[in-house]
Design a protein around this ligand. Structure first.
Ligand code: ANZ
Ligand code: ZN
Length: 809
């Protein structure tokens, strides 16, 4: 008997597929078949190669792709490289190399690894975000945004390391220290390009309801966008005509206001401060303005008094105005009304500076929490006392608006996207600074604006891009006035290329447009998008934003890019910890393939647990899968030379029919682990059946089983298919069809349950059974060994002709 030589088998089919992929896995534009666009999050081709997390997602989409091809769909399943980015930049600087030289090598390695996993990509559609004929269109879309007023320049802070003399990305700053050298980092303000994603905030929020995404990801996007509906209330300055606007979501607490606080970078702080207090205020602002960063509030409260009072809009009471960094400049109006009895931060502030605390909301239950932040009944609120919070907000809002003291307001937490980086390894921003004309965009015909090639480069030393040092690239002519001018030297962030790559797969060779509209119309939206949940807010929000922009220009036909999103869970190390080099628990897929083969690795990762959950690697688990495939191989060896003519077996026929139903259903739902369990149970049954004697009927059934196993373990299945005399490629075979079998009078299929859970079934030629018969019969099935052996059967419940339920302890 020939042993399961996975090395030889996998190699052999990978070579054949490599030659045939054009006919097997080609996505055909405008085919009459129904399309399915099945997309992976394309990888950053790091120097480390593929990791087991990539394998997980890529196997899942490969199963879907092979499955849908067999079901007769026209499948688009492409792959490419998201190759700009920080790690390559840093490696390049360290090694004095140019990423243009080493990134292609990484890509080749990735591609080789993907081939060794048997992934069925349409390689004719490969893209690379760092190739000029790709980033030409990234730049083109950017220019369209510029044209439509979505791009603007504004000072924004960057992290700067004074000893490395380089700007740092947020992820390179650990607890305020430079990741490379440990020095404390500084914040520098630079003029940076911004994209007005905030213009799309409402649509980005609302359209989440149209798409089939995991609820937790939608929720993360909702929180990130952070829509807040409240009221903008005006506090008039004492003795002046000027008013301070504050934003509140709790207008019902307005009678409890005992102070007003401005953020340090709110220009009003300096403008209104009393001259006796001005020096204090200035000092405080100088100390804090640098520290202020969006969303982070950790240290103890502090602040300064401005010496100024405002008047309460309802009671006319004098209220002191303070400045404190717990109020963010970038949210709302950059000013708040302090209600210390009902807001934790306001409470701390009042305690520290000994400000009045006035209770105005009474809890409905007798909660004794203080400050009480919930809703309740208004007290100490003049004519509005007695109202309930929600109703009070409505009443007060109308009342104050009528008096001209404020208006309803909506604010979003979402900020405009800082779209420039001080890096070499990114898409050059196609804008020119001209002394006469200001900012001038490049002409479309001058795209792509290529990154200049130089052997090696260093940071500029000033926090600006290394491109700044490449004088003959920086120097150019203004497209408008032809005078000498300078190129923008900052580059796009690493998210830029992935904002639209799924569009380029649809038409990757087009040199007239980023993609042909008719083709986009045929293929969009993406039907399945599989990738890691770490992209919940950045990539997945940015891509939706660009897509909506292109939709508004009528350049794409759908308002959303990804119809169905699925997040794979992280695979942890065997110790249950996150894999990391320092912990030494990293599993290298290449080594697993060497030891057990790609089919085992693929199936194992799918069998580990539900796709979306976190799960630890298990060496025992992969050996289990390897043994399963070895048993399948043995079945093949046993059936290869069978001559005995067909003897029908009702039980096998029904089991197979059931298997077809289950595997189809589970693949459609991306429940791959459950599909694999079913395949295992069936293999067990078939092995038992041929123990006495195999016949041609068994072979026929086995071939159907092989089709169902194929998407999971394509190499071994194609080899067996071939070995059993079939000349075709399984990719071109039809997926088995589930039949609704009308039960003949002489056979009854009983569903077998154990403690109420469906575990398989048995077939009898009558509808009423005795306990003894059932107990005997069940011993012949795999259900027994898996679920009943060694257990005490307490009771057997029958439903005539339909069901047997074993109740066990
Ligand atoms: C008075 C008040 C009383 C508030 C109370 C809360 C509770 P969300 O829901 O996150 O939008 N706020 C407004 N602008 C701010 C800023 N720039 N920096 C820090 N805090 C700010 O939160 C809205 C609430 O956050 C507003 O409602 C305001 O405090 C505060 F019992 O106003 B509230
Ligand atoms: Zn000019």
């Amino acid at each position: 008997m020939k042993r399961y030589n996975f090395k030889e088998i996998e190699k052999k089919w990978q070579i054949i597929w490599g030659r045939k992929y054009k006919s097997l896995w080609k996505a055909v534009d405008f085919s009459k078949k129904t399309k399915k666009y099945i997309l992976d999050m394309f990888p950053y081709p790091s120097g480390e190669g593929l990791h087991v997390g990539h394998v997980e997602g890529y196997t899942a989409t490969d199963i879907l792709s092979r499955f849908y091809r067999m079901r007769g769909y026209n499948v688009l399943h492409p792959m490419g490289w998201d190759a700009f980015g920080l790690p390559a930049e840093n490696y390049a600087i360290r090694m004095k190399k140019n990423p243009n030289d080493f990134v292609p090598k990484n890509i080749l390695r990735f591609k080789k690894q993907m081939t060794s996993l048997g992934l069925s990509y349409d390689w004719d559609r490969e893209i690379n975000t760092t190739s000029p004929d790709y980033y030409k269109w990234t730049q083109w879309i950017f220019l369209k945004m510029y044209e439509k007023g979505l791009v603007y320049q504004k000072e924004a802070p960057i992290n700067f390391c004074p000893s490395c003399k380089t700007g740092l990305a947020d992820e390179e700053v650990i607890n305020g220290k430079c990741e490379r050298c440990g020095s404390s980092t500084q914040i520098k303000n630079l003029n940076q390009w911004h994209l007005r994603i905030t213009l799309y905030a409402e649509r980005l929020l609302k359209d989440l309801d149209q798409i089939d995404w995991p609820e937790n990801i939608k929720e993360m996007q909702r929180n990130w966008i952070g829509k807040s509906e409240g009221y903008e209330l005006l506090f008039p300055l004492e003795n002046k005509s000027f008013k301070i606007p504050v934003f509140t979501t709790r207008l019902d607490t307005v009678y409890g206001v005992t102070f007003v606080v401005l953020s340090p970078s709110n220009p009003l702080s300096l403008k209104i401060a009393d001259s006796d207090y001005l020096v204090n205020v200035e000092n405080y602002i100088r100390e804090n303005i640098e520290k202020e960063k969006w969303g982070i509030y950790e240290k103890e409260v502090d602040g300064v008094f401005t010496g100024i009072y405002v008047l309460h809009p309802l009671t006319g009471k004098r209220i002191p105005v303070w400045v404190s960094d717990y109020v963010l400049s970038s949210y709302g109006t950059g000013a708040i009304m302090g209600v210390p009895a009902h807001d934790e931060r306001d409470y701390k502030f009042a305690k520290k500076f000994d400000l009045e605390i006035l209770e105005v909301i009474k809890p409905l239950d007798n909660s004794s929490l203080f400050p009480f932040e919930g809703e309740g009944i208004l007290i100490n609120s003049g004519e509005h006392s007695g109202l309930e919070s929600q109703q009070a907000r409505e009443v007060l809002s109308n009342y104050l608006t009528e008096k001209g003291l404020g208006k309803k307001a909506v604010y979003y937490k979402l900020r405009d996207w800082i779209f420039s980086r001080q890096r070499y390894w990114g898409e050059p921003i196609p804008l020119i600074h001209c002394k006469n004309c200001g900012i001038v965009p490049l002409k479309e015909k001058d795209l792509p604006l290529k990154l200049p090639y130089i052997k090696s480069y260093q940071p500029s030393g000033t926090g600006e891009s290394p491109l700044k040092n490449i004088k003959n690239w920086v120097k150019t002519k203004c497209p408008r006035c032809q005078q000498e001018a300078e190129r923008e030297t900052q580059t796009m962030p690493q998210w830029a290329g992935s904002c639209w790559y799924y569009l380029r797969f649809i038409d990757n060779k087009n040199n007239k447009k980023f993609a042909d509209y008719k083709k986009l119309k045929y293929w969009l939206p993406v039907d399945f998008y599989v990738g890691g949940a770490e992209h919940a807010v950045l990539h997945l929000l940015y891509a939706r934003f660009w897509h909506k922009f292109l939709y508004d220009l009528k350049l794409v036909p759908t308002s959303e890019p990804f119809y169905k999103l699925f997040n794979q869970g992280i695979i942890l190390g065997p110790d249950g910890q996150k894999m990391s080099k320092s912990k030494g628990n990293v599993i290298n897929p290449d080594e697993v393939i060497k030891k057990y083969g790609a089919d085992s690795l693929r199936m194992f990762e799918m069998f580990l647990g539900p796709l979306e959950t976190e799960k630890p690697w298990s060496d025992e688990g992969i050996r289990g899968i390897f043994r399963f495939l070895t048993r399948v191989w043995k079945l093949y060896q046993n059936l290869k030379n069978v001559k005995k003519s067909e003897v029908k077996d009702k039980e096998l026929e029904l089991s197979l029919n059931d298997l077809i139903f289950e595997v189809t259903d589970k693949i459609e739902k991306l429940r791959f682990n459950l599909a694999i369990s079913k395949l295992m149970v069936f293999e067990n049954l078939l092995t038992k059946k041929i123990q006495k004697e195999a016949n041609l009927y068994h072979k026929k059934i086995f071939l159907e089983f092989i089709k169902l196993l194929f998407p999971f373990a394509p190499h071994i299945c194609q080899e067996i298919w071939h070995g059993l005399g079939k000349k075709t490629f399984l990719d071109k075979e039809k997926w088995p069809v589930f039949k609704k079998i009308a039960q003949k009078i002489d056979s009854y299929q009983f569903v077998v349950q154990v403690n109420g859970k469906k575990r398989g079934f048995i077939v009898f030629n009558k509808s009423e059974l005795s306990e003894k018969e059932v107990k005997e019969k069940i011993k012949e099935t795999p259900i027994y060994s898996r679920f009943l052996k060694g257990k005490k059967i307490l009771k057997i419940v029958f439903v005539k002709g339909k069901l047997v339920n074993f109740v066990v302890e």
